[in-house]
Design a protein around this ligand. Structure first.
Ligand code: PGA
Length: 266
């Protein structure tokens, strides 16, 4: 089973409008020069999505993603953004359950699950983030936490929808924005356990198809070694995605490490 690698750039609450437009354009130029092999998607701040979208060729990578989505279609939900609003500005992919949403904003698996359903309903790709905290890791709970978050976030999601729409991002919280990266062996270990858990939920064939990407201080100089691991199918990149050249080097590492088909926007 060949799984096309996915590399996402999560810009979080960074960039000015002008920087966002420039960064996206540089990434599109870089993807064009590189050719195919990897699905690339960027996640600018909500308020710059429209401007970034206007500056990009929607037919060429990177695809445009949103860092979050609310599950209701419209109504009295102050501060929230619906899938339809995101679609209107060119978004085709969303993050759900990023650890900063779970741990800083207090999102539960139940809320993440509603967002996953909303994303699927809107025909978005949905990058579902899971991962343990430092304390949970020290307490030996890594696999248990990943299992809980996986089951809770994918509750009542059909196998077809999972395979068409979901990418799982394993992001150990202790490695995000800290400069600490899970070793390739540690990451592979967690990814194997997540794939095994996924097999229990959706069967072996689905488990060999689902893409599980790694996030947490991914940089150009550690991407290749991580990618060499059998169950690591790409990256969700935070800090290094604010630098077009660094991000493109990570995409290039993914491209050379696994022989995918084309530089796609999914
Ligand atoms: P980082 O962030 O690469 O800055 O560690 C990763 C993420 O939060 O997706």
């Amino acid at each position: 089973m060949t799984r096309t690698p996915v590399v996402g750039g999560n810009w979080k609450m960074n960039t000015t409008r002008a920087e966002a437009v420039k960064l996206a354009a540089s990434m599109q130029d870089g993807c064009r020069d590189m050719g195919g092999g990897v699905e690339v998607v960027i996640f600018p701040p909500f308020v710059f999505l429209d401007a970034v979208s206007s500056g990009l060729d929607a037919e060429a990578p990177p695809a445009l993603g949103a860092q979050d989505v609310y599950f209701e279609p419209n109504g009295a939900f102050t501060g929230e953004i619906s899938a339809a609003m995101l679609r209107e500005v060119g978004v085709t992919s969303v993050l759900a359950g990023h650890s900063e949403r779970r741990h800083v904003m207090g999102e539960s698996d139940d809320l993440v699950n509603r967002k996953v359903h909303a994303a699927i309903h809107a025909d978005f790709q949905c990058i579902l983030c899971i991962g343990e905290t430092q304390q949970q890791r020290e307490d030996g709970q890594t696999n248990e936490i990943n299992r809980e978050q996986l089951i809770g976030s994918l509750w009542d999601v059909e196998a077809d929808d999972v395979l068409r729409r979901i990418v799982i991002a394993y992001e150990p919280v202790w490695a995000i924005g800290t400069g600490l990266t899970a070793s390739p062996e540690d990451a592979q270990h967690a990814h194997t356990a997540i794939r095994a858990e996924f097999a229990l939920l959706y069967g072996d064939a689905a488990a060999s198809e689902i893409r599980i990407i790694y996030g947490g201080s991914v940089k150009p100089d550690n991407a290749e070694a991580l990618f060499a691991e059998r169950d690591i199918d790409g990256f969700l990149v935070g800090g290094a995605s604010l630098d077009a050249q660094a991000f493109l080097r990570i995409v290039a590492a993914a491209r050379s490490a696994k022989q995918g088909n084309t530089c796609e926007s999914h």
